[in-house]
Design a binder for this molecule. Structure first.
Ligand SMILES: [Zn+2]
Length: 331
């Protein structure tokens, strides 16, 4: 069963927000689009594994998607499967073209159909590094845990994989996603003995969730964008034009005449992703381009947010993962 389910990474939502909020000719736009498409490809690959992982015996495996630790070594694990017999780390790669794993040089060479060649760090080496870091982390926390093994899962079915190595132990670490279930069955047979108790399993689960640390993102800084570069105003859900106008307690799009009651929430979500998760009435007014301080204040109050401070200095706390993004369930 999934303990930490597959969820869209905040970075993807953040980059999408950024593209909505910068002008069409902003110099950083191209780079953001490129990075977003890379992040999405990675996430699609991970999402495609969900189908296979859901077929595993529910009681046997606890599955975690996307764990990130700062131990202080920073490392991130795509999927973590915990059973009483063994632990399995999955490093997922969603890459197209000809892919050559080169053990000797510790590299992965990608040749795309356009002829473009890219060199990456060897994912097998990466995954074995994660295993060592994990062992260190679990040992130093005095947790009893079963042996850790790892696999690199290639999710693009039409890529051509070759491996430059004579080492069977190395070659066996690389699989395609359609072989994942077979491989896990094989591992289950090799590790047939239960080595930890239910209580110890729960302890590890708790420890992992507690130690998981999401990367603090500051996309404006990463892409050299000033807050003043961001386009303010409520975006129309229908035609994506800005700004909608607040009239008689509703939002009206002057472009397509779409009317909504809560379009300020998605604008606040952009604010949370790009700036911070607290807001004053003044900043809210600037953000939503509501002219009257009274109207903006009333709308903020109606949202029932926690707040601190008085009057003009009152600060409202916004949900860190946004409104209605389905992210709070895991927190
Ligand atoms: Zn509109």
């Amino acid at each position: 069963m999934f303990v930490k389910k597959v969820e869209k990474p905040l970075k993807i939502s953040g980059l999408e927000a950024l593209l909505r909020r910068i002008s069409a000719n902003h110099p950083s736009r191209e780079k953001i689009i490129e990075d977003l498409s890379m992040c999405r490809a990675g996430f699609y690959g991970e999402q495609s594994l969900e189908y296979f992982l859901n077929q595993l015996p529910q009681n046997e495996f606890r599955i975690f998607h996307n764990l990130r630790f700062e131990t202080p070594t920073i490392f991130q694990i795509d999927f973590f499967l915990l059973s009483k017999k063994f632990i399995l780390i999955l490093e997922v790669k969603n890459m197209v073209g000809k892919l050559e794993f080169d053990e000797g040089f510790g590299q992965l060479i990608q040749i795309k159909s356009s002829g473009e060649t890219k060199i990456y760090n060897d994912p097998v080496l990466q995954a074995s590094g994660h295993k060592l870091n994990l062992e260190k982390m679990l040992l130093s926390s005095n947790l009893n845990f079963p042996p850790i093994t790892y696999l690199v899962v290639m999710t693009k079915q039409n890529s051509l994989i070759t491996v430059k190595s004579q080492n069977q132990n190395y070659i066996k670490k690389i699989i395609r996603s359609n072989k994942l279930l077979n491989k896990i069955t094989e591992l289950s047979l090799q590790h047939s003995k239960e080595l930890i108790t239910e209580k110890e399993l729960k302890k590890i689960t708790k420890f992992l969730l507690k130690s998981n640390q999401e990367r603090e993102q500051n996309l404006l800084e990463d892409y050299g964008i000033e807050q003043s570069d961001l386009i303010m105003g409520v975006i129309c859900d229908q035609c994506s034009k800005t700004p909608m106008k607040r009239i008689c307690g509703r939002w009206l799009c002057l472009n397509c005449k779409f009317i909504s009651y809560d379009s300020h929430l998605s604008t606040l979500n952009d604010y949370i992703l790009l700036i911070e998760n607290k807001i004053t009435n003044n900043s809210f007014r600037r953000l939503t381009r509501i002219e009257s301080s009274y109207t903006s204040n009333r709308l903020l109050k109606k949202m029932g947010l926690n707040s601190e401070g008085d009057k003009r200095h009152r600060v409202y706390h916004l949900p860190p993962r946004g409104f209605g993004m389905g992210g709070d369930k895991n927190d």
